[in-house]
Design a protein around this ligand. Sequence first.
Ligand SMILES: Nc1ncnc2c1ncn2[C@@H]1O[C@H](COP(=O)(O)OP(=O)(O)O)[C@@H](O)[C@H]1O
Ligand SMILES: [Mg+2]
Length: 545
Amino acid sequence: MTQDYAHQYHILKENLHVKNNLLNHVYEISSLLTQSPDIDDVLNNIVDRAMNGLNFDRAIVMLLDKDEAKLECKCIKGFTPLGEKRAWNKPLYLDRHDCYETKVVQSGEPLFVEDTENASDMTEIDKIINKYQERKSVLHVPLKLKGKVIGIIGVDRYRTRMKITRNDVESLAIFANQAAIIIENARLYKALNDEKLLSENIIKCSVNGVVVSDLQGRVYHLNPKAEEILNISQEKAKKIRIDQLLQLNEKERIRIFYELKKKKNIDHFEIDYQRNDDKKLILELTAFIILDENEDVLGAVTLVNDLTEKKKMDDYLSRVEKFAALGRIVSGIAHEVRNPLASIYTTVQNLENELSENMSARDDLQNIMQEIDRVEKLIRQVLNLAKPLPLQIESVDINELLRTTIPLIEKEAKKKGIALKTTLSGDIGHAEADPNRLRQVILNLLINAIESITGKGEITVSTEMVAESDGQRKWILMKFKDNGIGISPDVIDKIFDPFFTTKNVGTGLGLSVSHKIIQDHNGMIEVESRKNNGTTFSIKLPTFA
Ligand SMILES: Nc1ncnc2c1ncn2[C@@H]1O[C@H](COP(=O)(O)OP(=O)(O)O)[C@@H](O)[C@H]1O
Ligand SMILES: [Mg+2]
């Protein structure tokens, strides 16, 4: 009796020791839940603990793939190199491979084979695996999560040949329960993280500016493109409200707010934007809200697209088109006028010859002839507008051209008390151009600038080299900046039209001729002006540096 009791006590103590040990290891792997979300770390740890903690000398973790069609080796330790390589390379298909591993998945129960050599239920596949892994006895337990099998963990005592007991089976099953939770957790974390990384990267690499805010207008996020377009860092942007950031006026702000509040999207609308470096932009905004699964508003996303360059190009092209059409009409008329004008001139000339020296009518006739001359000159200019100019192309040093052209109107400027300044960049390369035509353009622009200044004033001519955004093409940029009366927005679209003038004595041809010349040079001419705030004309010419 006493002996019996002592024996039972011993077994109980032994059991307690095993359970304690098991609990320790279960506890240790549980700490992985908070420590390492990396799935490979987690699997490594589980296999290590199964081996060291539960006294197995080989262990393998196989997990079901996404489709739950096959078991794939995810971690294996202690086997022969060949056995391990085979395990990595040969997944076990549930429908094709009838073996211990797949049986465990299908039954959801642990499977212990004490003596694989003499097992009667071995299949052909078991025999192959046995051969590669040199198994004597095997224990596989399922990794189960809420009753669902996600994989298996397999162990044995290959080297020590210690017996695997029922206790061992039980311990590994408990251990596996905890392991399954941790593996799933790590997998979920990875999936979540992948998804997060994906969406973060999409936003980061977007060609659109992306601004994330809440409905109260607080800014949470700016992607690099938005930082670039708006010329503001994310940190700074977060300190101001989105309506400030995007310079929305009261009307726009209210409209956007109410549309978004009604969970409606705001499609492409354009705003003018004055950047902190004084650059004027035309931005296109698209805004929508993000809802969570309960349809509650999580935030608002505003896509910002910089249309400035595109608009400029569109403007330019429509100008060129309009210009060509106008040119054709005008030159048609000019031709019609020119012929009768020539005969009028001849008739007047004959009349004048017939009159004697001192008749006063002779003066009148001379006046008429002078006027006809003026009209003829004008018609010549108009005709030049329509037909392609034969250019005398040579390599032109633009700075030098400016230096020799500006003095031609310097006297005129001085008389009006206008200061002429130049800031010419040293290294702008040469342009392939017709210097006489370019000189004509420069004079036209300078004369306009002088005429725009009423009191004292200042005209600045500058040059620089600019690169296109792709860095491939380089341009010579000439700027003519005055602080004259400026151009009002309602006529700025017309100033390049032939005969458009706001002056009493103007011909309205200076800018159209200039436009045509620059166009023939494959260049661009642009204007920026604000009423009462001066005007800047820019000319870009391709360079062949
Ligand atoms: N620098 C300038 N400042 C203000 N307005 C200008 C300037 N340059 C051109 N303009 C406007 O463009 C119009 C057309 O110019 P242009 O074609 O040279 O003809 P014109 O000088 O004969 O009027 C001018 O009448 C004027 O209204
Ligand atoms: Mg003019």
